[in-house]
Design a protein around this ligand. Structure first.
Ligand SMILES: Cc1cc2nc3c(=O)[nH]c(=O)nc-3n(C[C@H](O)[C@H](O)[C@H](O)COP(=O)(O)O)c2cc1C
Ligand SMILES: [Mn+2]
Length: 476
């Protein structure tokens, strides 16, 4: 899948694109998106004629709200669903090759370039999404581009970007993220870190910028692998960083060491449905250049309590990555991994065909200890292979009927969480301890007496079809 605009054409063909006119960036775009997002089949929304902005300066929300759109964005067939979609992404992730970006002289991104006094971010209709947000966010569905000054590779990571004024933004980058580790290398030498931020972004680049790749593995190279074609880049005029040639909106600048300048970032309504990370002094970017295509599209990914997971993209990548991590640890017969729409990484389900006593628990323990899959979780539910892990009705039935709380629930503590975990107690938060506990809920039939477990009664598919065709009028 190449450009955002091509993706939108395909989404439109599926009948999943709607245009909204005359909305205000101040709360209305957020509210319209929040109300529409309560419907699991909500279309992608293109906002145009945004109050105070020229016609054509557009904004996109609900990009990956359905599994069909997520599949299309990844160049897959829109019919893929649930575990099958996770399996396809898992294949992509496990056959990783580096496909380096290629430099091109020209690209639509260069249609409008502003440097020096002309550069500024208020020309874009950045929304204030939720009432108590600390301000307008230009970067939500974005990628922050930096270059490692020692090993000379280019990193892309998604991090939220809040506007301070026309020439300055601040960003929230969690400890340990590569974007932060790279910036720190410049800061340690007393230098400013050169940076570019893409905030009107192609779907695949957005997908990979949110992934945890190994140190030294450029997300550009990974995007090339996923889209089966190298990413095309143009050279940034200020930083020399490679910018995606078909991006909608990019700005360049530098991040001074936080000892020199830091500003309060947040609060921001997070994907958990809470304002958990609050406000804290954060690095700023001094803007030096802005780029945009004609009639640019700002990509926006707001999160809401009514449907906290406003993106299937990350749910599916996360589940696929965890599935690979479990298999790489040598645990076989995993039939599917899923993360609940209403809990995302806090609620993981693993379905497997049990082969020996302890098999299911092994899978769960790896889920807790895995580098990516083990981050920011809470519940890991184990189910047998007759349960579809992406079907919460099935999963709750298995939990209700196969799990004995006293013997089937296991608790682990001191696990890797994050400041955005709303359940970190205040004193622990103040002490900078962002660990939490996890429950493994074993909802598999106990292996030793699985054959004595009461038989399931449900209609078999063949008889079901026979009855359906015999009584067609009833089952229309
Ligand atoms: C939609 C979305 C928003 C995110 N926002 C942030 C953020 O504001 N700050 C942050 O540190 N990580 C955020 N993340 C997680 C990082 O993008 C993710 O951990 C990524 O692997 C970081 O890449 P890096 O290690 O190359 O910097 C977000 C991820 C997604 C998908
Ligand atoms: Mn990275």
């Amino acid at each position: 899948m190449p450009e955002l605009r091509e993706f939108l054409r395909r989404v439109d063909e599926l009948g999943e694109l709607k245009t909204v006119r005359n909305a205000d960036w101040n709360l209305e775009i957020g509210a319209i998106t929040e109300i529409s997002a309560a419907d699991p089949n909500a279309p992608a929304l293109i906002f145009d004629d945004i109050k105070g902005y020229p016609k054509g300066f557009r904004l996109l929300t609900n990009m990956f709200h359905t599994q069909a759109r997520t599949a299309v964005a990844l160049g897959m067939t829109p019919e893929l669903r649930g575990v099958e979609l996770v399996r396809a992404v898992k294949e992509l992730l496990s056959t990783t090759k580096r496909v380096p970006a290629v430099s091109v002289g020209e690209g639509p991104l260069l249609e409008n370039v502003f440097t020096g006094a002309e550069a500024g971010v208020l020309r874009f209709p950045a929304p204030k999404l939720h009432r108590e947000d600390g301000g307008r966010y230009l970067g939500t569905a974005d990628a922050v581009i930096t270059r490692d000054p020692e090993d000379d590779w280019v990193n892309l990571g998604t991090a939220r970007v809040q506007i301070l004024d026309d020439k300055k933004v601040c960003l929230y980058v969690s400890p340990g993220k590569q974007t932060r580790l790279i910036a720190q290398k410049y800061w340690d030498k007393g230098k400013n870190c050169p940076v570019a931020v893409v905030c009107g972004i192609d779907p695949v680049l957005f997908a990979v910028a949110g992934l945890g790749l190994p140190w030294g593995f450029s997300e550009y190279d990974f995007a090339g692998h996923i889209q089966h074609a190298p990413a095309q880049v143009v050279k940034g005029k200020i930083t020399g960083l490679p910018l995606p040639a078909s991006a909608e909106i990019v700005f360049e600048g530098e991040i001074p060491p936080p000892e020199i300048e830091a500003q309060m970032e947040g609060p921001f309504g997070e994907w958990t449905g809470y304002y958990a990370s609050g406000t804290r002094p954060s690095p700023v970017i001094r803007i030096q250049a802005t780029y945009h295509r004609n009639d640019p599209i700002l990509t926006v990914l707001p999160d809401f309590k009514t449907y906290p997971l406003s993106s299937y993209l990350f749910l599916i990548f996360c589940a696929a990555g965890l599935w690979n991590e479990i298999e790489q640890a040598g645990v076989t017969d995993i039939r599917g991994v899923w993360q609940a729409e209403w809990g995302a990484r806090f609620f993981t389900v693993i379905s497997l065909k049990q082969r020996y006593g302890g098999h299911a628990r092994q899978a769960a323990h790896i889920a807790l200890g895995a580098r990516e899959g083990g981050y920011l979780g809470r519940f890991v539910v184990l189910v047998d292979d007759d349960i579809d892990p992406s079907n919460m009705q099935d999963v709750l039935w298995a939990m209700s009927t196969r799990c004995d709380p006293q013997t089937s629930i296991e608790i682990a503590s001191g696990c890797w969480s994050s400041p955005i975990d709303p359940r970190i107690p205040p004193a622990q938060r103040a002490a900078g301890d962002f660990t939490n506990s996890r429950a493994i809920i074993d909802a598999c039939r106990p292996f030793a007496w699985r054959d004595k477990f009461p038989k399931v009664h449900s209609i078999d598919p063949a008889y079901q079809n026979e009855i359906k065709s015999k009584w067609k009028e009833i089952f229309k």
